[in-house]
Write a new protein. Structure first.
Length: 313
């Protein structure tokens, strides 16, 4: 991708963000929207930030475990910086920018893309699997039609991907076709090595440990989302509050739009209105959730990026 194309995409993303949030402000009562920010219970903020950071820390430990499974040994510090620096590109379509991990591992340690990109793909799969698992569990306590339908569709998708990965012939055909696509050429330079990595990451022990850590991380996220509603003095129960944000985030992720823009905000607004939260309060809540999650972690990732660049080979 040349510089001109990159700049154009950044401009398009920036314009999209401006348009989306301008629409949020336009449909809100400005006085009420402003008033909502004055009633936030500030004592919740450090706890919310701590929980969201902790969930990412859990995922970084899962990443270290995955790399160790591939005989790639990283210190806690380097793994920490590698994981959190990749969050600088979390707003890329589908979070594909997190493949920057493989770039740094090749640059710093000489590991091939074919060996390391499997970890990023396994992380993405485990993230969705954990979310689907938690949502199915929540549906047993509180049934919401829209959330249940999304969960079922995502569940079918997860099972389908798992079957494809475990079927050597089908997986080989798909990777062979993808290797002809410019974006995937460096990843599939060595298809046998790539498949060996995927096979290790999806063996029984590695798979279930990864799943367990993913479930723990999603539960910690869910706790943070629940407290966000409490901070805004909105008395939704744990299941309802957390599932609204979780479903909206996953819809945004699979939309493959930058940061899930439009899709995440629209689904959040729809589910909040369904719970009889007024438009102005919902708009303020959406802005807060997005600032403290995707945009906050993007900023944190940019800071960490400076540190990992300084690590000597």
């Amino acid at each position: 991708m040349n510089i001109t194309t990159l700049k154009l995409r950044v401009i398009i993303i920036a314009i999209s963000i401006i348009v989306v949030y301008s629409l949020l402000f336009s449909i809100s009562d400005f006085e009420k929207f402003s008033q909502v920010w004055t009633i936030i219970k500030l004592e919740y903020i450090p706890v919310i930030i701590g929980l969201l950071f902790s969930s990412q820390l859990i995922r970084s430990l899962r990443q270290k475990f995955f790399f160790k499974s591939l005989d790639i040994k990283l210190s806690f510090r380097e793994n920490f910086l590698l994981f959190f620096s990749s969050l600088s590109l979390i707003s890329t379509p589908g979070g594909t920018g997190e493949l920057i991990k493989s770039y740094f591992l090749k640059l710093k340690h000489g590991y091939s893309y074919s060996k390391t990109t499997g970890v990023v793909l396994a992380e993405k799969f485990q993230n969705v699997l954990a979310v689907v698992s938690i949502l199915f569990l929540m549906s047993a306590f509180e049934y919401v039609f829209e959330i249940f339908i999304v969960t079922v569709i995502m569940g079918i998708l997860v099972i389908s991907i798992f079957i494809i990965i475990k079927n050597v012939n089908v997986f080989h055909v798909i990777t062979l076709k993808l290797s002809k696509v410019r974006f995937f050429k460096s990843i599939f330079q060595n298809i046998p090595e790539f498949y060996d990595s995927i096979n290790i990451l999806f063996n029984k022990k590695t798979f279930f440990i990864g799943w367990g850590l993913g479930l723990f991380a999603v539960f910690v996220d869910a706790s943070a989302f629940f407290l966000i509603f409490q901070a805004f003095d909105l008395n939704l129960n744990f299941v309802n509050a957390s599932s609204i944000v979780i479903v909206s985030n996953i819809l945004g992720a699979i939309s493959f739009l930058p940061a899930g823009i439009i899709v995440t905000e629209t689904s959040l607004m729809g589910l909040l209105l369904k719970n009889e939260i007024d438009v102005s309060t919902a708009s303020a809540l959406i802005v807060f959730i997005r600032l403290i999650t995707v945009w906050g972690f993007t900023f944190l990732g940019m800071i960490m990026l400076k540190f990992i660049i300084k690590i000597k080979t």
